[in-house]
Design a protein around this ligand. Sequence first.
Ligand SMILES: [Zn+2]
Length: 423
Amino acid sequence: MEQQEQKKRSSFEKYKLKQQLEALEKKRGYHTELVSLYIPPDRQISDVTNYLKQEYGTASNIKSKSTRKNVMDAIQKILALLKNVPRPPPTGLVIFCGAIPTNGQGTERMELTTIVPPEPIKIYKYHCDSKFFLDPLKEMLIEKDTYGLIVIDRSEADFAILKGNHLEILKKITSGAPGKHHAGGQSQRRFERLIEQAGHEFFKRAGDYANELYLQIPDLKGIIIGGPGPSKNKFAESSYLDYRLKNVIRGVVDLAYTGSSGIDELIDKSQDLLQNIRYSEEKVLVQRFLTQLVKDDSLVAYGEKEVRKALNQGAVDTLLLSEELDILRVIISCPNCKYQEKLTIKKSELPSLEQQTQSRSCPNCASSLLSIEKVTPLIDELGELAEQTGANVEIISPETEEGQQLKQAFGGIAALLRYNLNN
Ligand SMILES: [Zn+2]
């Protein structure tokens, strides 16, 4: 249960880490003067500071005056930060520090970012380059668990890979088996033999393809096979599938469809098996919302206004936010009289809002100092509001049909409530 709780928070954490890494990725120094420092959880901070002091000494020999200054400044800034860190957090600590140009050479500003990673860091690394070293953190965002899906009946087979929140349908093969009713001129026995032979060849091709495809996947968690009729069971038991794949068959599921509808149906009917696969989790989360909406809509909310109201009352149990929500929350304020406006706009509307705000004067004190004080992606703002009230925050990708529905039919914002707001 505790683990479940932890997992539920992690899609928002991962989203935030992904945003941070994307921002860091774009930053470039003029020379090898951006410092990345990975401190694993078991490393003593005093070891790290001793190491940095040595690096500080080494940096004093750098020939280029500006690079020397920037590297030494970065190390000093990190040392100052570490003074207030008695020991690394349980998953370690990553620090990025360097002089980032804001508008051409000579405009560099020293920036420092710290990240507490979602998983423990295994390496200790001090790295100096013209860009930040992000690979170990990026690695943590890659979903590794993979399932192979096969939908098969006597006339066709479909192969797919489900990895994290991504479903990839790879190939369809058809048997080309002769129809049930044979043309005249052949004996019944000969016809049956032909069918049997075609079935054998089809299973062999399907088996070969599955072996080629799935045996090379390093983190294959299992194979799930489905289909209408008895072919799926025969295929699962046959020796056409490599024994290493047969050993990881997690289920054989009876389906109504073949093709990509069959794959969808297979995922829906394998929810218990796919509990930890994000694709399936996202489907289940949105389905819970849709089911509740139909059953009793007083226990759900959707759209920014309704959901914000529920969040402010602490009534949200689970907040669902579409990953593709390109909406910003903006605070406009007047530093002269503390007048403030909060509004929600599309990302594309920000430049024109900036212009408008510049040409306006404060409606309260008429000063011309009115300006945009803060711009936050709505996902971050609502997600943090939800976390403050103890709600689960789930970032839903557009990969599933349900994720598309959340985005298109509900504005990308929906919530399951703890209680009816109107009571
Ligand atoms: Zn004012």
